[in-house]
Every structure is written in C-alpha cells, then in structure tokens.
Design a protein around this ligand. Structure first.
Ligand code: GAL
Length: 430
C-alpha cells in the first residue's frame, strides 16, 4: 500500500529520533566508561552487635577515602545463607565488588574463573611476605591473589562468666573431666552450664574442639582433613560423639534455633556459665564493655591448649566492570593495611591476618591469641576448622553438619553416628 506524505514524514522523524538517541546513549556510555564508580558493594554475614561494630571500622575507613559503601548483609552465622545469596547474585550477573568468604568456598569460586586478579596491588604491598602460608592457601589461586584476608579467628575457645566462676571457686578447666565437673557445679548452683545455639554450624563448631581434644593433631588431621574412613569410623570418633552427648545434656531446653550471639549474651548477663564458641564471641563481650579477667574468661577448650583451630575471614574480590576496579583495589589495599588490621581485629575478637601487626592495642585475650597463633604456626598445631570451611569443601562440610546436628537432636548412639558420618563423607567425596 503506497504511504501518504504524512506517514513518510512520520517515519523519517522517527528514524532521525532513534539515531539521535542511539548517538546520545553511545556518548553517555563512552563517558560512563571513563567515570569511575567510587563505591563498593560488599556481601557479608556480620550482623551481630560485635560483628557490625568491626565492619564499621572498614566502612568508615573507606568512606574517609571517598569510597561509598553498599551494604549487602545476609544474616546467618557461619555464612551458609550468605553463600546461597551470593550464588543467586552471580547467576543473575550481579557480582558484588567484594564478598566475605571462608577457606574452601574461596577455592571453589576461584575455579569458576570469576574472581579478580589482585597481583598488582599484592606485589606493590608485599602480601606474600606478611601473610602466613596457611592463609595464602586460600587467598591465592593459580599464582594470583584473589582475596584479601582480614583476620584469623579460632574456634577452640571457651568463654566463661567470671562472677559465676568466682562464686563457685572455679578456675578454667584444663581437662575434659575438669570441664564436666565445672559444668555440673555450675548447673547445681542454678545457672545454665553451657549456653548453646541449636544450629548445625554451632554444633559443628563444638565438634571441631571435641575431635582435637580426643585425638590431638594426628586424629584431627586424619579424620577431618584427610577424611580417612578408618579415622572417622573409629573408637576415638565414638568418644567424640559420647562427649557431644554429655554437652547436649548441659544446655538449656530453649537452645534450638538460638543465634550464637544470643548464647553469648547469656554468658555476658550471668545466666550461663560457659559458651564453646569461636573468638567472634569476644566481639560481643567487647561491645558490652566487658573486660577479660574482670567480667569474662577466655580459655582454650580442654585438650586443645596447644592448638589453633582456625578460620580466616577473607574479602574475595569478584571480576567487575573496569570503572569499578579502582574502588575495589583501594578496598583490598585498605583491608591489608597493618594499622587497619589492628583496629579491625581489636573490635572483631580475631587476630590480624598479617604477621607484622603489633599486639599493643589488643586486650589480654587478644594478646594470648596472637602468641598462641605464632606458637601453633611454628609447632605445626595450626589446623583449619572443619565447621568454618577450612578443612574440606562445602559438600563434605555440609554432609558432616547434617550428621552431627541429627545426633545432637536425637538419641542416636555414638556408634551409629560414627558410621553415619563415614557414610555421609563417603557419598560427599564421590
Ligand atoms: C564465622 C566467621 C566469623 C563470624 C562467625 C559467626 O564463620 O568467620 O567472622 O561471622 O562465623 O557468624
């Protein structure tokens, strides 16, 4: 059908408009490529009082350098929920600038080929000389730095309420038998012996210490790192489950589902005598203005005094558009700055990832932790925490979580639990 003059002029006008808008978009696009985005989007699970206070040290540090902070908080201790949210974001093509991540999760993301290459800033700042090899094992992949380790936490701690210990004439128990005797004395006095949060990762955190306390570095390595079926399905592992059953009998009836920091609050408030938890718990005591050896006690889980069962929080840097990389590199360099590493870890309850940070600003628990890390590193008694992703990949870790929490919430026998753990690991490693 012939087009009228008015239809022809309309089409002409439209095509001119479209080409002008395309030209504008192209120019805008070209400009935006040059304009850096001075903002970082950070995915993390630090939502408790102490964790948020520590994170604020990083936020304020970056904001002071002109870098805005987009907070992508995903609550859930231990980070499982955060890792699920991360997978969804990356699948949607919306990678954060940086992500709090642990151990083998970092390796698995590196294998996907979606992480940034930080070697330029790493070499400019000599990260290879100041970060322990135990952390570099996870912070580097294929010779490239892909994340910035901010701390070293350890899980084999017990946190005690000083007033309850003093009232009952208790000192920090050094053996399993002393630990049980102290717990029973606390119970008899009307306090909750062990504050616990009934979540799989928390039971797993206790399990870390139990395995080491029963069989030392050799058994822990064979069972939790080598995943040797003969070590997992053993009399020692049955003893581990026996002791986990003893602990189950020392927690209060309202433990199911309780968040870890609410359990810590029970010790802070004098409702419970002890909590078995990583030293992120110390961040809660600090946030509550409590002082070591005056208000609370920090001591190694009995039988693990020689060990540091560690997990390091790292900020993994994802590959992102070129105009966001300057902010990303500035964040990585800021995280690795020794002054920042002291300021952050003093609040977080952990110790610096760098070995060259003085302990001047740390409290007695922090000083103790730093000295013990150096000793454990030198004596080869520093091992990766299974519960926090530093002993085996997530598939194995999560399979073990399921068996351990099933045991804790049932009357399953220790023998059956050891067999179930062996079977679960056997399936997970296939
Ligand atoms: C750990 C993490 C700590 C703390 C804790 C409780 O895995 O390393 O920084 O967040 O979980 O959520």
């Amino acid at each position: 059908m012939k087009k009228t003059l008015s239809q022809k002029s309309l089409l002409m006008t439209l095509s001119v408009l479209i080409s002008i808008s395309l030209l504008i978009l192209t120019l805008l696009g070209a400009c935006s490529k040059q304009k850096d985005v001075n903002q970082v989007g950070v995915l993390h699970w630090w939502t408790s009082g102490g964790e948020a206070a520590a994170l604020n040290v990083l936020k304020e540090d970056l904001e002071g350098k002109g870098v805005a902070w987009e907070d992508i908080a995903v609550a859930g201790g231990g980070g499982e929920q955060a890792m699920t949210a991360l997978r969804a974001r990356v699948a949607a093509g919306d990678s954060p600038t940086a992500v709090q991540m642990l151990g083998f999760d970092i390796v698995e993301w590196a294998q996907e080929g979606v992480l940034a290459d930080l070697n330029t800033v790493a070499n400019e700042n000599n990260w290879d000389t100041v970060i322990p090899l135990a952390l570099q094992k996870f912070a580097k992949y294929d010779g490239k730095w892909i994340s910035a380790p901010v701390n070293v936490h350890s899980v084999n701690w017990v946190w005690g309420n000083k007033a309850i210990f003093d009232e009952l004439g208790l000192s920090p128990p050094q053996t399993w038998d002393e630990f049980i005797a102290a717990a029973k004395k606390i119970k008899k006095a009307g306090y909750i012996p062990i504050a616990h949060g009934g979540q799989a990762w928390q039971e797993a955190t206790v399990f870390d210490s139990l395995v080491y306390s029963v069989g030392g570095i050799d058994f822990y390595t064979r069972a939790m790192i080598d995943l040797d079926p003969a070590a997992i399905n053993s009399k020692e592992m049955q003893t581990v489950f026996n002791r986990l059953r003893d602990i189950r009998d020392l927690v209060d009836p309202n433990f199911p589902g309780r968040d870890w920091n609410l359990a810590t609050a029970m010790v802070i408030e004098g409702k419970a005598g002890m909590q078995i938890m990583g030293d992120w718990a110390k961040g809660e005591f600090i946030k509550a203005n409590q002082v070591p050896d005056e208000d609370f006690l920090c001591f190694r889980f009995p039988g693990t005094q020689e060990a540091v069962i560690f997990n390091s929080d790292q900020f993994v840097m994802f590959e992102i558009e070129a105009n966001r990389r300057n902010a990303q590199n500035l964040m990585a360099v800021s995280i690795m700055d020794p002054v920042f590493q002291s300021a952050f870890n003093v609040v977080k309850g952990s110790v610096p990832a760098r070995v060259d940070v003085p302990d001047d600003d740390f409290d007695d628990c922090g000083k103790k932790a730093m000295a013990q890390l150096t000793a454990a590193n030198n004596n080869n008694t520093m091992v990766g925490s299974f519960a926090h992703g530093h002993a085996s990949p997530a598939a194995v870790k999560n399979a073990m979580y399921d068996v351990i929490t099933q045991f804790f919430n049932s009357d399953q026998s220790s023998q059956a639990a050891a067999q179930a753990l062996t079977d679960a690991v056997g399936l997970a490693v296939q």
